[in-house]
Design a protein around this ligand. Sequence first.
Ligand code: BES
Ligand code: MN
Ligand code: MN
Length: 451
Amino acid sequence: MIHQYIQTNQDRFLAELFELLRIPSVSADSRHKADVREAADYIVQKLKDAGADKVELCETKGHPIVYGEKMVDPKLPTVLVYGHYDVQPPDPLELWNTPPFEPTVRDGKIYARGACDDKGQMYMHIKAFEILMKHNLLSCNIKFMIEGEEEVGSDNLGTFVKENKGKLKADVILISDTSIISLDQPSITAGLRGLSYMEVEVTGPNRDLHSGVYGGAVANPANVLSKMIASLHDENGRVTIPHFYDNVAELSQADRDALNKAPFDLEEYKKELGIDAIAGETGYTTLERTGTRPTLDVNGIWGGYTGEGAKTVLPSKASAKISMRLVPNQRPDEITELFTKHFISIAPKTVKVKVTAHHGGEPAVTPTDSKAFKAAAEAFEEVWGKTPIPTRDGGSIPIVALFKKELGLDTVLMGFGLDTDALHSPNEHYGIKNFLIGIETIVAFYKHYSH
Ligand code: BES
Ligand code: MN
Ligand code: MN
């Protein structure tokens, strides 16, 4: 019945998603402020159409939050669905095969910015809700909280959650904004990394200099910065910041074994990325490195002349943006402080350094023995005919820890994306199969959760 309904309505479901994908709701770019709002308005309308009886566009200091609910009976359990309608900037535009905000289907995949992260995944919930309403199957309460600032650190969501604890009262949080192993092997994410994001600036001479006249006699900030950054890892791929690993929770051998049981093809991984060899912390597998170990990476680095041709110049400044992915029980504020202290301490006298912190987020682990997790597992079993494997994803959804702290609620991370969906990259895409089976699995989740 459900499967049939999805098949009959799939063209409309996709057309609606495409309309949302056409709205360039880039939260980081102030030129898109009106587009971000338009995406929020669109979701308000779609929640109403699907049958929510209270839908609000909640203003914040930044982009609005969409809230919607369907209360069946206050005595029944309540699921709070979280998602985000904002997307990452599409740059570099020239690397897209088709324009980022003109959704295009190729090989059964929808190509568009936000196709997977998170418009496509979030929209599955609105369609699952429509189905539950149409078939009179909703046997619990549903609340929706869809934000527009996830990709820029959810600055105003914390305040919203703190100020609306009554409204957000629920029994569990349900999020689709993570990955499964593959369409042949479902998984449920049981852990996410945290984040500490820094920017550093190294300044040498008071102006750019002729690299022949001064080169060799004055410290070059770009050279100095490169050396400082290189020193942040040792030969085993470990981060050298003192006390960086102090609070890292080591997994038991049993947990490591369980994690490594997930199918993973290293050759396929390298091939897909176009690399000849992998790298990382000695003594850990790739799945452990991305799921359970902290990291430090340069996300951007600049300084001096980067235009066409050659300009002989010794830059006055060089900068970098550096992210550290964190694992339980590292704390972003602590790591930010350790980084700042260390980075300043390793700077030679020849330069001045400035270190600033951007947004961060706490790591999270979610229980795998809760009623809601079990319902999610049963939903996969029913729809996919396979038992999902619990995994740990390397990305961050800082709100998960915040929900636990502020609302005391655990989250079920029922994602349907693939790591290869090119999130945040050119040619982001999302499988139509993933979208449709995701809707069906979410409907099944409600069935198992409320019985
Ligand atoms: N949906 C992602 C996080 C994600 C991706 C989790 C894949 C698991 C698998 C989310 O939109 C995201 O990009 N988060 C940011 C953090 C945020 C503070 C900007 C990230 O992980 O970089
Ligand atoms: Mn996301
Ligand atoms: Mn993202």
